[in-house]
Design a protein around this ligand. Structure first.
Ligand code: ATP
Ligand code: MG
Length: 237
């Protein structure tokens, strides 16, 4: 399966005159048309990895090889909407100046469950609806790769569950690749075709959940077992 090949990726930052190594040789394949979830303790370099894959920053060394041509969209923890634009125009903003295909915005608004709120402004939306708008804005760009950095962290339990199901549906329909950062092990187990644990700037462990299907019951023994393992790994970090 073609995808993104990351080889020996290194990145350090200079803080207070000293070099702080963050990524110390990441080797990872991000499969195409799948959700790859990244887990790891705070400060381990997850956002840094996303920024490098998204081309927002350059690595010190190593390689990120993209299979086919790619179009990348970001969804951050906060929605980052334009307060002076309504939902429709915020979504159009994601097109970065390109013409919208007829019906595209309407379809996307339906997909993320915001029908009826086309003309609402961000201040008139709940946090969950703002985050849906941010997801819609990313989708409008018709990305082949979506980089998501804790996108549901600020949502309540039920809204979060709903967004997770929507994301699964959207990913299946669009067949895009998603690199998804979260602190929630449950979220990782629910969404991931693949889960990557990062520790000390390297990939510590990889779980392949490709065969688990999309409707997962996390109370089943095998998920509880994996969860225990992941908790132990994160604790040990
Ligand atoms: N622009 C920067 N300049 C200096 N140091 C930075 C910069 N960006 C990140 N760092 C450092 O790199 C390390 C990794 O940061 P990063 O944001 O990638 O962590 P993270 O895994 O996303 O953490 P969290 O789960 O808290 O979001 C941290 O120690 C941070 O201080
Ligand atoms: Mg982060």
């Amino acid at each position: 399966m073609a995808g993104i090949e990351i080889r020996d990726l290194k990145k350090s930052y200079e803080v207070d005159g000293r070099q702080l190594p963050v990524l110390k040789g990441i080797d990872l394949t991000i499969p195409e048309g799948r959700i790859t979830v990244v887990l790891g303790r705070s400060g381990c370099g997850k956002t840094t990895l996303l920024r490098l894959v998204g081309g927002l920053e350059a690595p010190d060394s190593g390689e990120i090889r993209f299979g086919a041509s790619h179009r990348t969209a970001f969804v951050f923890q906060e929605p980052r909407l334009m307060p002076w634009l309504d939902v429709t125009r915020n979504i159009l903003f994601g097109l970065r100046g390109r013409e919208a295909e007829p019906g595209l915005v309407k379809d996307i608004i339906e997909t993320v469950g915001l029908s009826g709120f086309e003309k609402a402004y961000p201040a008139q939306l709940s946090g969950g609806m703002q985050q849906r708008t941010a997801l819609a804005r990313a989708l409008a760009y018709r990305p082949s790769l979506i980089l998501m950095d804790e996108p549901f962290a600020a949502l309540d339990h039920f809204t979060r569950e709903q967004m997770q199901q929507e994301l699964i549906r959207v990913q299946e329909t669009e067949n895009c690749s998603i690199l998804f950062v979260t602190h929630s092990i449950d979220e990782a187990l629910l969404l991931g075709h693949r889960i990557v644990i990062i520790d000390q700037g390297q990939v510590e462990r990889l779980y392949d959940l490709e065969d688990e299907g999309r409707q997962r019951d996390l109370l089943e023994d095998r998920f509880i077992h994996i969860k225990r393992e992941i908790v132990a790994e994160l604790k040990g970090q």
